[in-house]
Write a protein that binds this ligand. Sequence first.
Ligand code: DGL
Length: 278
Amino acid sequence: MASLRNDSSRPIGVFDSGIGGLTVVKELTSRLPNEQIIYFGDTARVPYGSKSNDTVIEYSIQNTHFLLSKNVKAVVVACNTASSVAIPALQDRFDVPIISMIEPGSAFALSKTKSGRIGVIGTRATIGNKAYSTELLKHIPTLEVFEKACPLFVPLVEEGMIESEPTRLIAQEYLDEFKANNIDTLILGCTHYPLLKKVISSVVGEGVTLVDSGIAAAITVAEVLAEYSLLADLPSQKQNEFYVSDLPRQFKKIAELFLGNEITSLQKVDLEVLTALG
Ligand code: DGL
């Protein structure tokens, strides 16, 4: 059993409340091409960002159980909302490495800022939990951190309205204040937001470094797998597998557009199955 559990050819599990975690999948596949990925998007219960911490923890435990039922060797919580509340509960309960979005994104921002004035955008839950500011200030207490919840960004992405005019107007409404705050670095503290990078950058100005927490997390995944001797030595012969708790046509369409390849393995997981797991 022990040798099976240490088998580095097992897949990496990734979950998000919907399609946002695909921004992490994209980075993982480009940085770790040998790895097979099992993705779960909780499309029936998205959004997590407006739910209570207890509910997000409960869903995260179920999602992790589901990924472990696919024999994954590590779980990437590719959702900042879940990362901001559920990591201790997951790490207590499960004995595989659990990777959060918060520490990698914060470390990346700290390595980029020169002025020490950092903006953070995320869901109401991530911002309300002060996940990033707590982590950032732990390292440098004199930083100026400006946080803003941008709840409309998630439905805009889920609807595929990536570069539409309404998206631009909403981005202006949310982000204009960062100009007055004179930030030099902005953490995209929600896995959906990298899909809006172009619009966000045009509003805050190209001089502001955008921190894609997906890129930062993918670097951490590589480090953690190496630390546990879990990096796949050979290219996986298996396709990535995608699971969702509801099957909106949008998922396949947006996922293929975003990942740039066809998704050949996409299945729906019934909510009754998920809820029975945790
Ligand atoms: N992907 C989630 C996150 O990173 C946002 C979507 C949601 O609210 O569920 O916070």
